[in-house]
Design a protein around this ligand. Structure first.
Ligand SMILES: Cc1cc2nc3c(=O)[nH]c(=O)nc-3n(C[C@H](O)[C@H](O)[C@H](O)COP(=O)(O)O)c2cc1C
Length: 209
């Protein structure tokens, strides 16, 4: 029995294109992997620990090889709990809207919490940076109002996919499947076609995930 963690990054819920495709993915995944468990992490209904000065102090204490005070230990435990929920999964699905060419701030907050030395990556002078979340697949559903694919002239503006792939690669992911939902601001007829194509792709990825 594998555990699939679904990370949801749009606040638009039933109006969200990324969530719509994620639901199709999950239902096909459950149909084809009946023994697996799917857990949802809705970043808009989850209270992540603030990454403020206090928590950053706790992070630097680790970086400098020192011991946490009791207060720092407690603050750091909240970070460790979020990391554990993430690293305990066997497979991942993430759905995200493009916001100002990048990712929504709630998702950036999540990465600021989970990307930690000794937990999701390591560093040594001999080996440099090494991702620690290895051997696990992730599927990413990218919703965006515009088009950013090859030949659009907008390729360089796509910091949504570029950032996600960079940060996931940094913490160890090498198997990243892409499901794009582009031009979601199109009129209904075109929109329905875009959704149908993304759903077909989501089903194909889910069935063999
Ligand atoms: C705050 C905000 C910023 C956005 N910025 C962009 C953008 O830079 N480029 C783009 O193509 N679409 C942009 N959009 C449109 C969304 O990417 C698009 O509506 C997408 O379908 C949202 O995904 P969702 O429906 O899953 O929430 C933006 C939407 C919002 C709400």
């Amino acid at each position: 029995m594998a555990r699939l963690l679904y990370i949801e990054a749009s606040p638009r819920k039933e109006r969200s294109s990324s969530i719509k495709i994620a639901k199709t993915f999950i239902s096909e995944y459950q149909r084809t992997h009946p023994d697996d468990v799917v857990e949802t992490l809705d970043l808009w209904n989850t209270s992540l620990p603030e990454f403020d000065g206090h928590v950053i102090d706790s992070k630097y204490v680790i970086l400098h090889g020192l011991e946490h005070t009791n207060e720092q230990k407690q603050a750091w435990k909240a970070v460790e709990d979020v990391i554990a929920q993430f690293t305990n999964a066997d497979k991942y699905l993430i759905s995200l809207p493009m916001w100002n060419f990048g990712i929504p701030y709630k998702l950036k907050h999540f990465f600021d919490v989970i990307v930690q030395p000794g937990y999701t990556f390591s560093f040594s002078p001999e080996e440099g940076y090494k991702g620690l979340v290895t051997g696990k697949p992730i599927a990413a559903i990218y919703a965006r109002g515009g088009a950013y694919g090859a030949g659009t002239g907008m390729e360089g503006y796509d910091l949504q996919k570029a950032y996600l792939e960079l940060i996931l690669g940094f913490i160890g992911f090498s198997d990243i499947q892409t499901i794009a939902v582009e031009q979601t601001l199109s009129p209904p007829k075109t929109y329905d076609k875009i959704i149908a194509e993304a759903e077909a792709r989501a089903k194909a990825v889910a069935a063999s995930f």
